[in-house]
Write a protein that binds this ligand. Structure first.
Ligand code: F6R
Length: 363
């Protein structure tokens, strides 16, 4: 059932090209996002004053990417909160509130309580989930499914990739309704090519990531840093590493280092820098220099052909060049594989991390 792979997690990472195809199937027409399931809430999206995103864990990280996408391309301000905080906050909700709830399982207790509160106060809930007939799907106004198939590994991998793909489509859909940003046409166009991009990267990257994991799996700490669209990637990379390898990993906005966290760094505390060639690259590079000055080893994940970075870091992973919003997607399998191999090298079972359950149905 593991299809020749030693673990479900690895099998599911290698399913990502197919998962992307399924997430996008039928959802792009004439270069535009096509989501008939959202038609009934179209006018509410058009008139919404702001958007609220609610999710937990990895789904929250996918939500962070959507927040930035909507702000950049649909000219609307977006709030996001983890569901366990959202449900106890006194936020103003009325019939102009549109909430996007993201939950792979559709059964996460805090997320469900969050949307119940929204519904009780007249708001509209758009659900993004993988599970047909889940509680979230039943209780929301509209549902956009991931169609990713079941995920057995406890740590989310292929479903994160699938969430990002679906959220880009949703972001593009909001943009079409509210703003019509030409850049979105280019993003959709690239998104359509992503299954092929994933196929070629997954067929070549595994061995070099094994080597990288061998260099780093014995460290006790890791600090992931990023800015802009790189920050959710830093958070998700750190979460994956800590939950299956049990290496302590934290994530910071790279600009925040000097406000405290940089005090932790020394040669025993490596940094994983997310540094795509986007509008914030120069800023991240100067943050990397700050960490090098503390003797921290630095692994960078960057855009292919970036000579500048090679000169200042210890190790480098290169990803294909894409529009800046798509880097969280294109970088995902690399970070997942790094965490996977670190976990295996440390003797852990990555499919069943200690203390964790696949779906968190209690508060
Ligand atoms: C991490 C992971 C968890 C889930 C979180 C939310 O790898 O899987 O952080 O993302 O428990 O679960 P869902 O998306 O089912 O609501």
């Amino acid at each position: 059932e593991k299809g020749g792979f030693p673990h479900f997690m690895l099998k599911e990472i290698f399913e990502e090209p197919e998962v992307l195809r399924n997430a996008l199937a039928g959802r792009i027409k004439n270069g535009k996002a096509h989501l008939p399931e959202m038609e009934s809430v179209q006018s509410r999206i058009k008139s919404a004053r702001n958007i609220q995103i609610v999710a937990c864990g990895t789904s929250y990280h996918a939500g962070l990417v959507l927040k930035r996408f909507l702000e950049d391309h649909a000219s609307i301000s977006v709030e996001i909160d983890v569901a366990s905080e959202f449900r106890y906050r006194n936020i103003h909700i009325d019939n102009s509130t549109v909430v996007i709830a993201i939950s792979q399982s559709g059964e996460t207790a805090d997320t469900l309580e969050g949307i119940r509160k929204v519904k009780a106060q007249g708001g509209t809930v758009v659900a993004v989930t993988n599970v047909v007939g889940s509680t979230l799907a039943r209780e929301s106004d509209v549902v956009v499914y991931l169609n990713a198939g079941p995920e057995i590994g406890v740590a989310a991998t292929k479903t994160y990739v699938s969430q990002l793909a679906v959220l880009y489509i949703i972001g593009a859909y909001f943009s079409q309704i509210r703003q019509d940003d030409d850049r979105v046409i280019q993003i959709i166009n690239e998104l359509e090519g992503m299954p092929t991009v994933f196929e070629s990267t997954l067929s070549t990257i595994n061995e070099s990531i094994v080597q990288l994991a061998k260099e780093y799996y014995q460290y006790r700490h890791f600090m992931y840093i990023g800015r802009g669209y790189g920050y959710p990637t830093a958070m998700e990379g750190a979460l994956k590493l800590k939950e299956i390898s049990y290496i302590h990993a934290s994530a910071y906005q790279a600009g925040e280092l000097k406000h405290g966290p940089i005090a932790l760094l020394d040669k025993e505390f490596p940094v994983f820098a997310i540094v795509p060639d986007d509008g914030l690259k120069a800023k991240v590079l100067s943050n990397i220099m700050e960490t090098r000055a503390r003797n921290a080893r630095v692994v960078a994940i960057c855009t292919e052909g970036d000579q500048e970075i090679g000169r200042i870091v210890n190790s480098r992973i290169e990803v294909p060049r894409v529009s800046e919003v798509l880097y969280p997607l294109v970088m995902s399998p690399y970070l997942q594989l790094f965490a996977y191999h670190a976990a295996v090298l440390r003797g852990n079972d990555p499919d069943k991390p200690r203390n964790l359950a696949k779906s968190v149905t209690v508060e």
